[in-house]
Design a binder for this molecule. Sequence first.
Ligand code: COA
Length: 154
Amino acid sequence: MNVVPAYTIELLEGESDLDGLLEVEVESFTSPWTREMYAWELQNRSVCHIYIVRTPDCAVAGFCAFWLVFDEIHINNLALRPQYRGQGYGTALMHHVLVEARRLGARRATLEVRTSNAGALRLYERLGFYVAGTRKHYYSSPVEDALILWRDEP
Ligand SMILES: CC(C)(COP(=O)(O)OP(=O)(O)OC[C@H]1O[C@@H](n2cnc3c(N)ncnc32)[C@H](O)[C@@H]1OP(=O)(O)O)[C@@H](O)C(=O)NCCC(=O)NCCS
């Protein structure tokens, strides 16, 4: 069994957390979300929820951003800095998000993932997500289809 080093999962708070999150975006995605996009998210906090992973060495090692819409959450982004991947943080963060979503009244969760992102897909399937469809050419840089995943409360 993997031993996960000390960390906390917290709601994103101020501007300094946002700076860290934007770095994770750039390190993780070919079309990263911008400061303006996250500024909008932060002005709509009844819908938009962002959790970060903090470690003793890193204020924002990773994050997950989702929207709560009625009884569903739409997970928009999940990423860890490259040096923090493969150590269980992504799984821990997703567990936390799913528990929080349940507490907020959500009964289902959905997200999109690149068809080539086998690692992330495995993580999601282990958490109970299943493939429900595809969106053609959903992603750019490079253009690629998305798999649409759903997870229902057991
Ligand atoms: C996908 C991501 C968030 C996973 O977070 P993580 O902390 O690395 O994941 P974990 O350490 O909790 O791994 C959980 C499982 O996911 C799978 N996995 C995750 N990343 C993987 C990779 N790069 N290659 C293969 N398997 C991977 C493994 O099955 C792993 O299980 P294991 O411990 O039995 O090997 C992270 O790799 C990342 O930030 N990737 C770049 C951004 C991205 O693709 N985000 C998802 C967009 S939908």
